[in-house]
Design a protein around this ligand. Structure first.
Ligand SMILES: C[S@@+](CC[C@H](N)C(=O)[O-])C[C@H]1O[C@@H](n2cnc3c(N)ncnc32)[C@H](O)[C@@H]1O
Length: 276
């Protein structure tokens, strides 16, 4: 099942009423609400995302992005461990990454050197890298890691800032699963499997969703608890953010294979264009 948020900075329940107590990388001042992905999360990420990292799963994503990049360069916001950026680079597209977590960037760096794929540790809403790009992309629900509307708008502005005229900004994001939340119910389960129990809870006023994960790592019957916060947004709100940033909606599809976006789509791939 495709869901809004399956990926988050897993952190132990505890400080700040169960919220992560962030520690910031030296290169970055506290201008973002994003929670910082820890070393433990970074070290687990590739194994946990093995299926979504397979050549079969990534094929349509890479084809979609490579076509939009054309002969130009691509900038990935929140590149993480390079699940998408590294194979896109291997396809011949020059890729630069921005990533908030030095731990996630360190895992990427074990796969590819700095000259082949430069990564700047910083906030995707504000960090500026040199040069222009034909493509800026932000996948895997990650705009939701910015927890305020203002920061999400700044993220669009930052994408537009880096685009050459005619360049595209691509976002992959789930449609908020609020149709699954009947009145009076506080949680929506998204995974009930042998090793993982997951459910989302919602703050409908602040437009915040918290994903709760209970994961069994071994066979001793113990579950590791983690959660992550996200700001959900509908496609129409993103279109307005794009317009504020001077971008125009070019295309919206339900998945990387280009299937049509309908009222039942659980996620969307949206492409906004900077006017030439
Ligand atoms: C779900 S992972 C996606 C990583 C990668 N794009 C992928 O598709 O596998 C989310 C990533 O977003 C990063 N992130 C969260 N907030 C960020 C921000 N404000 N600026 C840059 N990166 C951010 C996290 O550190 C994490 O690496």
């Amino acid at each position: 099942m495709v869901r809004l948020i399956s990926i988050g900075p897993a952190y132990a329940e505890g400080d700040m009423n169960g919220r992560q107590c962030p520690s910031y990388p030296a290169q970055w001042s506290a201008v973002t609400s994003s929670e910082l992905w820890t070393r433990e999360t970074a070290d687990r990420y590739d194994a946990e995302e093995a299926e979504a990292s397979s050549a079969a799963a990534l094929g349509p994503t890479l084809a979609f992005l490579a076509e939009l990049a054309g002969e130009g360069r691509a900038l990935e916001f929140a590149i993480g461990t390079g699940r998408v950026g590294v194979p896109l680079r291997k396809r011949g597209v020059p890729v630069v990454g921005i990533e908030l977590s030095e731990h996630m960037a360190a895992v990427l760096r074990r796969k590819v050197d700095e000259e082949t794929l430069p990564v700047i540790v910083g906030d995707m809403a504000t960090t500026v890298v040199p040069g222009e790009f034909s493509l800026v992309y932000l996948v895997y629900n990650t705009i939701s890691n910015l927890l305020t509307q203002d920061e999400q708008v700044e993220c669009f502005r930052n994408a537009a800032r880096h685009l050459e005229p005619g360049g595209r900004f691509v976002i992959e994001l789930g449609v908020p699963p609020l149709r699954l939340l009947p009145p009076g119910q506080v949680a929506v389960p998204f995974d009930v499997s042998q090793r993982h129990l997951g459910f989302d809870t919602f703050d409908l006023v602040e437009q915040i969703l918290v994903s709760h994960h209970f994961t069994r790592d071994g066979d001793d019957g113990r579950y590791r608890r983690a959660n992550s916060r996200h700001r959900y947004a509908w496609p129409a709100e993103l279109d307005l953010m794009a317009r504020i940033a001077g971008l125009e909606l070019e295309r919206r599809v339900a998945d990387w294979d280009g299937s049509p976006f309908t009222q039942d789509s659980a996620k969307h791939i949206s492409v906004w264009r900077k006017p030439a």
